[in-house]
Design a binder for this molecule. Sequence first.
Ligand SMILES: [Zn+2]
Ligand SMILES: [Zn+2]
Ligand SMILES: [Zn+2]
Ligand SMILES: [Zn+2]
Ligand SMILES: [Zn+2]
Length: 229
Amino acid sequence: MADPSPGELRGPCDQEEIQIGQRFAEHIPTEQGNLQPINKQRTFNVVAREILTQFQVWQRACYSRNIEWGPITAKIISALPQFYGREAEVIIRCTKMLHNRRDYLRRRVKTHITVLKSGETPCISKCTQCCDKYHCPYCETWVYKPRESGSVVNHVQNHLKLAVHEEDFTIVKCNLKCREYAHFHCCYCPATVLRRGQLKTHLTKCKQKFNAEEELEGTCSFEESPEHQ
Ligand SMILES: [Zn+2]
Ligand SMILES: [Zn+2]
Ligand SMILES: [Zn+2]
Ligand SMILES: [Zn+2]
Ligand SMILES: [Zn+2]
């Protein structure tokens, strides 16, 4: 009962992503005025985000492991002198922001075309680029030659029959030029693997890793956490 649903928990993260640009414009000029705690927190978020971006950490939130915090905290503190001597707190706040960011990226990640989300169907349409036939969306033309729609539909159905199912995803074999050989794309990370068996092993580990990270770092409560200043 006490636990909000994942959707409710995560709402603020999305908002954070969408509205941060506006916040910057709205809140920075009045920063010196009557500071509500929430505005202070937003100011911190805006400044930290900008600096994390400068250090290429924000963009790679999904993969950030060994962040060199020294120069980052120094820069944040020079922009927000009220954090002088509170490096550890700055790191904790930034880590939470990165965690939210990772959640956000994970939820909106544009999966590879060969990774279908539940309810998504293959898109087979007439070629407007090189011919007047239909292409398999998962094969380069030198692997599967463009044909009439009926043949392509059958061929794509084969892709689906041989697909790997993982949670809400259907992963079909990829014959596009991402790799030299036919392969599968992971639905959780950018990895590709050559064999079905490898994919299943990878998916098990990859999913465990995500879940472990989530447990370690807690939920997306940063927006709601009390300001202590
Ligand atoms: Zn074509
Ligand atoms: Zn194909
Ligand atoms: Zn591929
Ligand atoms: Zn993976
Ligand atoms: Zn989270």
